[in-house]
Design a protein around this ligand. Structure first.
Ligand code: XMP
Ligand code: MG
Length: 182
């Protein structure tokens, strides 16, 4: 048993929840991408933990690559104006691209990224997000094809997700205590 971190209010998804979420997504992706030319693209840094688990639950051949983006302006709120800090090593033209994200909130970051990737003419372009904060009937700017779980509108950490670069190594997803970021 993992002892809960003192800065965590409540555990949302424990190790076993995560395992079954990722397994289900991997099975769906394996089915949908049979016979295709799959490239997984993880958005650094939050998605690395999910990427590592997800790729091992996918049974069809695949390649992986990484991108890093940085948002302009307010850190807490997505502006949708992002700069590519690290670009792909790979040419994705005519390949079946699946973007791997840790958490989708407004979707503005991903919308920008998808527009950029679409201009490179992949055969297909879809999104797999581990969590989706789709609260209050709010519409995200992009529609993910694969979703691990919906998630409450709270600040969550662990399983790759950070606050000020901390907590990424927690093996579960938890709600961060508000006094930590207040
Ligand atoms: P948008 O609004 O563009 O933002 O979809 C998505 C990005 O914002 C970050 N984000 C979070 N990071 N806990 C985190 O550690 C959260 O609760 C959270 N909500 C949003 C994340 O980097 C994501 O890619
Ligand atoms: Mg992120």
């Amino acid at each position: 048993m993992n002892k809960e971190h003192p800065d965590v209010d409540a555990v949302l998804f424990d190790k076993r929840d995560i395992e079954s979420m990722v397994k289900r997504m991997g099975e769906q992706i394996s089915r949908d991408y049979a016979g295709k030319d799959l490239v997984l693209i993880a958005v650094l840094r939050g998605a690395v933990v999910f990427m590592g688990d997800l790729m091992r639950q996918i049974s069809v051949p695949l390649a992986i690559d990484f991108m890093a983006v940085s948002s302009y302006g307010d850190k807490a709120k997505s502006s949708g104006v992002v700069r590519i800090v690290k670009d792909l090593e790979m040419d994705i033209k005519d390949r079946d691209v699946l973007i791997v994200e840790d958490i989708l909130d407004s979707g503005l970051t991903l919308k920008y990224l998808m527009k950029n990737l679409a201009s490179r003419k992949p055969a297909s372009l879809e999104v797999a997000t581990f969590l989706w904060k789709d609260i209050d009937g709010k519409q995200a700017a992009v529609n993910p094809r694969y979703v691990g779980s919906h998630c409450p509108n709270a600040f969550v950490v662990g399983y790759g997700l950070d606050f000020a670069e901390r907590y990424r190594n927690l093996p579960y997803v938890g709600i961060l205590k508000s006094e930590v970021y207040a």
